[in-house]
Design a protein around this ligand. Structure first.
Ligand code: HMG
Length: 376
């Protein structure tokens, strides 16, 4: 029997930056066959931050949107927790930067959670468990997953770059209820990491694909147990994955099919019907690290509507993973958060390949001089 937390996602807000580039333009200026980026990796457009945008401004924008469509106020928030791997400081949490933007202070627990792309999921779980413990009283939590995912110039990961944020209010489960039981798996590995003081991640690309697939297999194996994989998977209306690039998700589903001997047809149908549609927004913005999975979940909740069962597989390099289950609430009928995505994508400017080269040259200087706004 499915056990649900009493508290859940009461409001959702998403935010994306004002610049972007089509990966075919990137391929042109990098002298690479565009099919490698579009067909080989499944990418579409990369979201890029303008000079005044970063993980703080994106997180604050998503939070404001979530707060606006919630029936509470800032005074009702007792916790702000930010999952990110775009930390501004080794000591001061990103939550303090965002709380400052929002004007949130007082009897509020404020902190940052780190575990690569898995950090946003951990932040959400902690907020749900805080509510369930009774320690929250009648206060709600503001949970934010915000990241800027920019790879080095000419790095294999460059076409998978992106940026974006998702904010959740954890209170009544009007947008979605979350299952208490979840299936975690971790194994210390150096598949992708961001050494302190370095501008861009280091990646053992091929190894990272193996780690991701291994995590998929273990998390789903725990969920399925001795039952029939086909029957367990058929209980979900949508199955969302962390999306570093869409082809990775297809590889993960293929691995799932092979492990449970689902057969190519069943696996193909599963991917086409329950997984691929959830990545429609991810294709428009690229990898958003902690936010990537939750962008797919936001899309699935909106597409499927109230009562839908949605699986969410979270993966963070290093590596840690967890499979969660959600049930869409009544607010999924209106899915007000769809407007956030439509608005930001309609307003953004796509760079030409040459403008992108200038952008990277300017940023090379910028990351050395001003890592992030500092107020102290
Ligand atoms: P690469 O090594 O340059 O690419 O970068 P490749 O040679 O492996 O080619 C990629 C695919 O394109 C292949 O398809 C090629 O065959 C195909 P596959 O065989 O894999 O199905 N291809 C073409 N297709 C059509 N026309 C062509 C053509 N040429 C080649 N002309 C790599 C790939 C993934 C390594 C790189 O993008 C990378 O390093 N990305 C970053 C790491 C990453 O995203 N890993 C995913 C798992 S780890 C994760 O999800 C965590 C993460 O989000 C971070 C975190 O947790 O914080 C990254």
């Amino acid at each position: 029997m499915t056990r649900l937390f009493d508290a859940g996602i009461a409001s959702l807000g998403l935010a994306f930056p004002s610049l972007g580039i089509d990966v075919r333009e990137l391929a042109r200026v990098r002298d690479i066959d565009p099919n490698k980026f579009t067909l080989g990796l499944g990418c579409g457009t990369i979201a890029l931050c303008d000079q005044d945008e970063n993980a703080v401004t994106l997180g604050a924008k998503a939070a404001r949107r979530a707060l606006e469509r919630w029936d509470g106020t800032l005074e009702d928030i007792g916790m702000i927790v930010v999952g990110t791997e775009t930390a501004a400081d080794m000591s001061r949490p990103l939550s303090a930067f965002i709380a400052e933007e929002l004007g949130l202070e007082g009897a509020v627990r404020s902190y940052e959670v780190k575990h690569a792309c898995y950090g946003g999921t951990l932040a959400l779980r902690q907020a749900l468990e805080w509510k369930a413990s009774g320690a929250a009283g009648d206060k709600a939590a503001l949970v934010i997953a915000s990241d800027v995912a920019l790879y080095g110039e000419c790095d294999g990961g460059e076409p998978t770059s992106g940026a974006g944020a998702v904010a959740f209010i954890v209170d009544k489960p009007t947008v979605a209820a979350v299952e208490i039981d979840s299936y975690a798996w971790s194994k210390p590995a150096f598949d992708f990491w961001r050494p302190v003081g370095e501008d861009y991640p280091r990646v053992d690309g091929k190894f990272s694909l193996d780690c991701y697939n291994e995590a998929v297999e273990h998390c789903f194996a725990q969920r399925i147990g001795d039952a029939s994989a086909a029957s367990v998977l058929s209980q979900y209306d949508a199955i969302c994955f962390h999306v570093p690039f869409p082809k990775m998700v297809k590889k993960g589903v293929t691995r799932l099919g092979e492990h449970f001997q689902l057969g190519e047809d069943v696996t193909g149908k599963l991917f086409a019907e329950k997984v691929d549609p959830t990545m429609a927004w991810n294709r428009e913005v690229g990898n958003c690290y902690t936010a990537a999975l939750w962008i797919a979940v936001a899309r699935a909740l909106a597409d499927q509507g109230p009562g839908a069962h949605v699986a969410a597989f979270s993966y963070g390099s290093g590596f840690g993973a967890e499979l969660l289950g959600l049930v869409a609430g009544d607010a999924a009928a209106d899915a007000a958060w769809v407007a956030d995505v439509e608005q930001d994508l309609a307003a953004r400017r796509l760079l030409t390949g040459e403008e992108y080269l200038d952008y990277r040259a300017a940023r090379r200087k910028e990351v050395r001089e001003v890592p992030l706004r500092q107020t102290a």
